[in-house]
Design a protein around this ligand. Structure first.
Ligand code: NAD
Ligand code: AKB
Length: 313
């Protein structure tokens, strides 16, 4: 992995992934792409590329002489229910184009799936790596289709496809892009800015979460893992913590004792959250490539608040 194209580079994950990849492989080895220009200095090469237009992506990969694509362009769960047709086009059509370019240009591909690839009927506690996947959102459908497409391109064409099922990701640098777990980012911003937060999920809604530095490290470690050890490839369950809005509020109160949370439940996002697991089992990732998170809820909260209080966006 020496010359990398990142799609969706202006997003919540892409912004920090590009920085981490450049630190590891060199500034000019990583071409950041998106359909919008990232806010602020990109710190290296950037190109506009739309993943739903195969030629646009192919031109970027060819010009950069890439050997690896980190494919992060997507529509997330909440926006996905508002725009299901667009979500199909970007998440499934876009991934198909990425895989075709990777097949033709002999690139490896990292692309994230999500806890949204599970749904009603999936065991909700210690959700196994291999289990029932019958999601009832367009985002979830696109993630299951994506996992299967990536496996197909690996077995049929030998493309080195790898992926994880990310839980909700918490970060301070870039705002999330329209998902159900966005509350877990908003809560920290509002805690610092106003000392209160109105949450769109109910107090006891438990979901898996992860702090962004762990999420970035997981992707890089998986792409560098010995392929002979990988039985699963697409896509590994990974998690770092299980939280609820109420437990995150408690952890914020350890630092900001006056913090207040109230609830105005959004039935659409609540229904999405209620269709996802409460706690996934990531032992396959632990065993096959040594996955282990560094941050729990307490250390994540301390780091989030410190970063937000010292002048981030
Ligand atoms: P995001 O919404 O923050 O960013 C997605 C980026 O894709 C945006 O910058 C957007 O401009 C870009 N994009 C949209 N349509 C495009 C197109 N047609 N061509 C090129 N770029 C396009 O999303 P994210 O949170 O960074 O997620 C990245 C990946 O990780 C997605 O596959 C998502 O499903 C997955 N994931 C994210 C989380 C999370 O909590 N952030 C959790 C699980 C999985
Ligand atoms: C979302 O809420 O849509 C994402 C995800 C868990 O995939 N954060």
């Amino acid at each position: 992995m020496k010359r990398i194209v990142v799609t969706g580079a202006a997003g919540q994950i892409g912004t920090e992934m590009v920085v981490a990849l450049r630190e590891r492989y060199g500034r000019d080895s990583v071409l950041a792409t998106d359909i919008r220009i990232p806010e602020g200095e990109t710190g290296g090469p950037f190109a506009l590329a739309d993943v739903t237009i195969g030629d646009s992506l192919d031109a970027a990969v060819a010009r950069h002489r890439a050997d690896t694509i980190f494919h992060l362009a997507a529509i997330l769960s909440a926006v996905g229910e508002q725009r299901p047709q667009k979500t199909y086009e970007v998440n499934i059509g876009g991934l198909f184009n990425v895989l075709e370019v990777a097949r033709a240009r002999e690139c490896a591909v990292f692309t994230p799936s999500s806890i949204a690839a599970f749904g009603p009927g999936t065991p909700i506690d210690l959700t196994p790596q291999d289990t029932i996947q019958r999601p009832n959102t367009m985002y979830g459908v696109s993630k299951v289709a994506g996992e299967l497409l990536c496996d197909y391109y690996h077995h049929r064409f030998g493309v080195d496809t790898r992926g994880v099922r990310y839980p909700g990701l918490v970060s301070w640098l870039t705002q999330p892009g329209g998902g159900t777990t966005d509350y877990a980012v908003e809560i920290y911003h509002d805690a610092v800015e106003s000392g209160r937060y109105e949450c769109f999920l109910a107090a006891g809604t438990q979901l898996d979460m992860m702090y962004m530095p762990d999420a970035i490290r997981a992707a890089i470690e998986l792409m560098e893992a010995d392929p002979s050890r990988l039985e699963h490839r697409n896509a590994f369950n990974i998690t770092a913590m299980q939280v609820t809005p109420a437990s995150l509020a408690d952890s914020i109160r350890q630092h900001l004792p006056g913090f207040e949370i109230s609830y105005a439940v959004d039935p659409i996002r609540q229904a999405i959250a209620d269709s996802w697991p409460r706690h996934i089992d990531d032992s396959a990732a632990q065993n096959e490539w040594g996955w282990a998170p560094a941050f729990d809820a307490a250390s994540m909260t301390a780091d989030m608040l410190a970063n937000l209080q010292t002048g981030s966006p």
